[in-house]
Write a protein that binds this ligand. Structure first.
Ligand code: NAD
Ligand code: UGA
Length: 473
């Protein structure tokens, strides 16, 4: 079966970049990325590529090449489903906030809505591809909604469907590279002709050996498992980082030593402020829920401890900052460098910076927050408190009540600052003018580096007090 028209429901961090790469590699396929969110679609169609809703290195160039040719963004969900022979479901699957399984299970409201939209609007034979990360056996739910529509159909034309699982493994900040050179592409399903149709798309740029076929449940579970294993490595190394600080060891040296063992491998062993991002926590909690559902309580506890360690670790960092600044930060000015959950993305979902900043504000600190790609509006939404106005700042009156400002010029904010805290590994923070910082900051001035970004030799002969993650030396 040759695919001519693809529709992707969900123009988010996965739908947008994934479809852009498929469009670039398959000029003969028309691709429509659709979303209910009008503002997001307006941004995807903005002539100014700096205004795309997602920042990913390399994405704007692909959008510029394909948009309006075989890559289209719109809110016409139903219309585009009708035209397509393959529909990707790439919508959000956050943790349920209320009801059965609240706090752990995935909320499948959006996936179910998509299945109904496809059921109502598809025509002819449609291959439905699960791109969202889903609990095991969600394909069953989608299939039953689609099958029910076949029975209900008043059309003379017979609708047929097949469901595949094709989870996405891209990481934000390196999404385009990950899509172009994936370690593997995973396709779960039973129908050989549908599996081949999807494999044919990827095989335009991915070698056959890297396109893995499994049954649909293995594919769904493999995605959750991959994220759980990755997050587990970060909690593991962060736990060892705390031990390094207590014992005089250095976590970078420990990482290097264990990473040289080919069975362990060197990637994903950087201690940091705790993992963030929209998926690790929610996917592990989803796994915990599944294990509990099947009565596997020890399995559930094992994976839950990965999330618990991460929560403890984030709280540990804000407490440690307060302690080092003589036990009180009320009225003290702290410069926060980085708010995104990792470098090279504008995404702040579950960023460690959110909890750490909230804790510092609760302790009465005045934060000057900088991030090259995150907007002031986004920080406001995440912190839930308004920044100080210019007027309030000039009166200096609210500094000790716990508040924040958004800054563009780091050098200007050094004046009277007591500490600099690095929370995201943006490359530009490697080039900070430490001479200027030393001259302008209030003494004793502190640097807290939670990302091992600073080369200690850059500040060696300066008067700073320096703390960095996992450094007990
Ligand atoms: P996102 O929130 O950025 O995007 C989802 C989009 O779907 C939103 O724009 C929303 O408006 C839209 N949407 C929801 N319901 C809709 C409907 N019925 N019709 C049309 N549009 C609808 O989410 P994301 O980060 O792209 O993640 C999507 C899925 O991919 C999740 O399951 C996530 O776990 C998984 N995933 C994410 C990443 C990542 O790096 N963000 C990586 C791999 C997998
Ligand atoms: C992660 C996975 O890496 C992807 O394979 C997966 O597709 C995706 O989740 C998903 O399902 O959403 P992402 O969250 O975008 O990707 O980014 P990562 O690079 O995995 O980083 C996650 C968090 O861990 C970040 O806060 C990062 O700073 C932190 N991290 C990562 C560390 O603290 N140390 C490391 O060594 C690596």
């Amino acid at each position: 079966m040759k695919i001519k028209n693809i529709c992707c429901i969900g123009a988010g961090y996965v739908g947008g970049p994934t479809m852009a790469v498929i469009a670039d590699k398959c000029p003969d396929i028309q691709i429509d990325v659709v979303d209910l969110n009008e503002d997001r679609i307006v941004k995807w169609n903005d002539a100014d590529l700096d205004k795309l809703p997602i920042f990913e290195p390399g994405l704007a160039e692909i959008v510029e090449r394909c948009r309006g040719k075989n890559l289209h963004f719109s809110n016409s969900v139903n219309e585009k489903i009708k035209q397509s022979d393959m529909v990707f479901i790439s919508v959000n699957t956050p943790t349920k906030k209320y009801g059965l399984g609240a706090g752990k299970a995935s909320d499948l409201k959006w996936v179910e809505a998509c299945a109904r939209q496809v059921a109502n609007n598809a025509s002819g034979h449609t291959i439905v591809v699960e791109k969202s990360t889903l609990p095991v056996r969600t394909a069953e739910v989608i299939k039953s909604i689609l099958d029910a529509s076949k029975k209900d159909s008043k059309d003379s034309e017979i609708k047929t469907f097949d469901v595949l699982s094709n989870p996405e493994f891209l990481a934000e900040g390196s999404a385009i590279n990950d899509l172009l050179y994936p370690d593997r592409v995973l396709i779960g399903g039973e129908n050989v002709s549908s599996i081949n149709a999807l494999s044919d798309i990827y095989s335009r740029w991915v070698t056959k050996e890297k396109i893995l076929h499994t049954n649909i449940w293995s594919s769904e579970l493999a995605k959750l498992t991959a994220n759980a294993f990755l997050a587990q490595r970060i909690s593991s190394i962060n736990s060892i980082g705390a031990l390094c600080e207590a014992t005089g060891a250095d976590v970078r040296e420990v990482s290097r030593a264990i990473g040289a063992d080919s069975r362990i491998g060197s990637k994903f062993l950087d201690a940091g402020p705790g993992f963030g991002g929209s998926c690790f926590k929610k996917d592990i909690l989803n796994l915990v829920y599944l294990a509990e559902y099947f009565g596997l309580n020890e399995v559930a506890k094992f994976w839950e401890s990965v999330v618990n360690l991460n929560n403890w670790h984030q709280a540990r960092i804000s407490k440690l900052i307060t302690k080092k600044l003589f036990g009180t930060i009320s009225g003290k000015k702290i410069i926060i460098l980085g708010f995104a959950f990792k470098g090279n993305t504008n995404d702040t979902r579950e960023s460690a910076a959110i909890q750490i900043c909230r804790d510092l504000i609760d302790e009465g600190a005045f934060l000057s927050i900088h991030d090259p790609k995150v907007s002031e509006d986004q920080i406001l939404k995440d912190l839930g408190s308004k920044p100080l106005s210019q007027n309030q700042k000039s009166r200096n009156s609210n500094y000790d009540k716990g508040s924040w400002e958004f800054i563009k010029d780091i050098n200007e904010s050094f004046f009277e600052a007591d500490a600099i805290v690095i929370l995201t590994e943006w490359a530009e923070y490697k080039k900070i003018n430490w001479d200027l910082a030393e001259r302008r900051m209030r003494k004793p001035a502190w640097i807290f580096d939670s990302r091992s970004l600073i080369d200690p030799s850059d500040i060696k002969n300066k008067s700073f007090n320096f703390w960095r993650i996992g450094d007990g030396s």
